[in-house]
Structures are given as structure tokens and as C-alpha cells.
Ligand binder design. Structure first.
Ligand code: HSE
Length: 323
């Protein structure tokens, strides 16, 4: 059922951790928190408009075509051939340029909202390529390793980004994630430019051994195999220099018995996989103390992997239609 003009919807899409060290551009998982909230309201204007952006400190583009949330809503309406006016409001509830899939969360929340209001004309899988276009707009590359987990939830393998071939990977029991966001900004677009075009074959062999080991570790629910495989010999060496106290944070995480530690997406956020809530809390506490000593402001989160992905929070129909 397509909702009538005047209806508004509020949706949430979660932050996500992508790459998981060895799986650059092909692995990602959704977090319980933080995430973005998007409000859409249908109107009779036949235009997509950007009504409000909060929580971005004025940093996000305000034109409909450049803001990822409004741009993907416009793309959705073009693709489905629906002539509908809609006002978009974006409420950022996570840091921008953080490596937590901020643009992905906004695009996915916006797409879930418009698709629901239009009576689910597209399946979730059909929304994915539209969300990937939001990523292209945000950073110049249409990768799915943030949008796919934000949309579907869970831990996701992108077997092929071009064909958006997505494989859901089982989530091991009792896997907790410690997230630490040092307050520096690293735009993904820039963090991609510093990566090499070519990698030596010997590094590729190590990397694909680790990717295969990590996937096997998830299927076997084998913390030891996950821990041995959670290494990156391709990307981290180029990106870690921009992250304050990266080496010290890793040492602290491993000291507290984390299974592994690495950069979340393009950084500066870092993550550690842990086998209990207590260990994840100990990791964030120790790293928080380290960053405070170094005068680096930061935020920390402890989360499990979010199996649900994006969610509709509320639908409000115009009063004259509900009485
Ligand atoms: N896989 C991407 C990267 C994630 O590392 O550049 C950032 O959006």
C-alpha cells in the first residue's frame, strides 16, 4: 500500500564496521549503536526537498543532489517512475568521516523510508544498488561493505561489488565489538587515494589466506581462527599513520585479550573483536585512558553485531485520514 500525501515516516539505519582488516571492500557488519535517523514526509509538490539536517555541525551538503539521503530518495523515485513530493530530514547521530559508515547509514535509512511509504515497490536487494550510488556520491566509489550491513544487518560478504552479490555470514556466539573513535576527520575519498594500485603477489597470498580463514572462523565459531586471520598486510600500513596512537591502541586491545584489532573502514575509528562484554569494556576503558593521556578527544561504544539492520521506527498518517 502506498501511503497518502502528508504521511511521515521515521527510520533508523545502523553504523557499520567494514573491511574487518583483511577484507578491504568485501566485508562489513552492522552495529547496534550508533546510527542515523531519517524522517521523510510525503507532500503534493512533486519535488524532493531537503528540509533539515541536524547533528552534522553544518558539514553535510545541503543541496538535494549532493546530500546522500535526499539524492538516493530522488534516485529511487526516478527508478520506480513515481512522481511524488517528499521532504527529507537527516538526523546524524554519529561522527562524520569517522569510518563508521555514516553516509551509508543516512542513505539506507532514507531508502527504507521511501520504499516503505511507496508500498515496498522494491525488495531490500533492489535497494542495495541505489544505496551504493549514495556511496559513490559520498566518496567517489560505489562499494557495498557499509551499505549492505546497514540495510540487511549482520555480517556480510560482498562477493562482487559490481554485481552486488551479497552473502550473509553467520555471526559467532558471544562476539562483542569495542569501538573507539578518536576525534579526527578522515574523509574516505582521501583515505582511498593513498592506497596503492598494485600489491605484491606475496602480500595477496597472505591476504586471501586471512580472508578465507576469517570466513571459516565465523562458520566454525572458532575464536582462535578468527583471531589468527584478523590481519591486514595491504591497507593498514598506508592508513594507520593518520590515526593517533594506532600502535599503542592495538597493544592495549591485545593486552586486554581482544581477538583482534584494526581500522574500521577508512578510519579513524578502530574496532576490536572480543569474546565477552567484560573484555570489550576493558578494551574501551584502557584505550580511552590512553587517548585521554595523549589529549585526543574520542568516543567509545560497546556493541554486539546488529542482526536486524535498518528499521522503521514510526509512521504517522495525516490526522484527517486516521479518524
Ligand atoms: N571499504 C571502504 C574503504 C570503506 O575502506 O575505503 C569506507 O567506506
Amino acid at each position: 500500500m502506498k501511503y497518502p500525501s502528508g504521511t511521515s515516516i521515521r527510520t533508523f539505519a545502523p553504523a557499520s564496521v567494514s573491511n574487518l582488516n583483511c577484507g578491504f571492500d568485501i566485508l562489513g557488519f552492522a552495529l547496534e549503536k550508533p546510527g542515523d535517523v531519517v524522517d521523510l514526509q510525503l507532500n503534493d509538490s512533486k519535488e524532493v526537498s531537503l528540509k533539515e539536517i541536524t547533528g552534522d555541525n553544518g558539514l553535510l551538503p545541503t543541496s538535494v543532489e549532493k546530500n546522500t539521503a535526499s539524492a538516493v530518495v530522488k534516485l529511487y523515485l526516478e527508478q520506480t517512475g513515481i512522481n511524488q513530493g517528499v521532504a527529507v530530514s537527516v538526523h546524524k547521530q554519529m561522527p562524520l568521516n569517522s569510518g563508521l559508515g555514516s553516509s551509508a547509514a543516512s542513505s539506507v535509512a532514507a531508502l527504507l523510508g521511501i520504499n516503505t511509504l511507496m508500498g515496498n515497490q522494491l525488495s531490500l536487494s533492489e535497494l542495495l544498488p541505489l544505496a551504493m550510488e549514495g556511496e559513490r556520491l559520498a566518496c567517489g566509489n560505489a562499494h557495498a561493505d557499509n551499505v549492505a550491513p546497514a540495510l540487511f544487518g549482520g555480517l556480510v560478504l560482498i562477493r562482487n561489488n559490481q554485481t552486488a552479490d551479497i552473502v550473509s555470514i553467520p555471526i559467532p556466539d558471544s562476539l562483542w565489538v569495542a569501538i573507539i573513535h578518536p576525534d579526527v576527520s578522515i574523509p574516505t575519498r582521501e583515505a582511498r587515494k593513498i592506497l596503492p594500485e598494485m600489491i605484491p603477489l606475496r602480500d595477496a597470498v597472505v591476504q586471501w589466506g586471512n580472508v578465507a580463514g576469517l570466513i571459516a572462523g565465523f562458520y566454525r565459531n572458532d575464536p582462535g581462527l578468527i583471531s589468527r586471520s584478523l590481519h591486514d598486510v595491504v591497507v593498514e600500513q598506508h592508513r594507520s599513520a593518520r590515526i593517533p596512537f594506532f600502535g599503542e591502541m592495538r597493544q592495549a586491545a591485545i593486552h586486554e585479550q581482544a581477538l583482534g584489532f584494526g581500522i574500521s573502514g577508512s578510519g579513524p575509528t578502530v574496532f576490536a573483536f572480543c569474546t565477552s562484554h567484560a573484555i570489550a569494556t576493558a578494551v574501551t576503558t584502557r584505550i580511552s585512558a590512553l587517548l585521554s593521556q595523549g589529549d585526543v578527544s574520542h568516543q567509545t561504544f560497546v556493541s554486539m553485531i546488529n542482526p536486524r539492520g535498518a528499521e522503521v521506527l514510526e509512521i504517522l498518517q495525516p490526522e484527517h485520514l486516521t479518524h
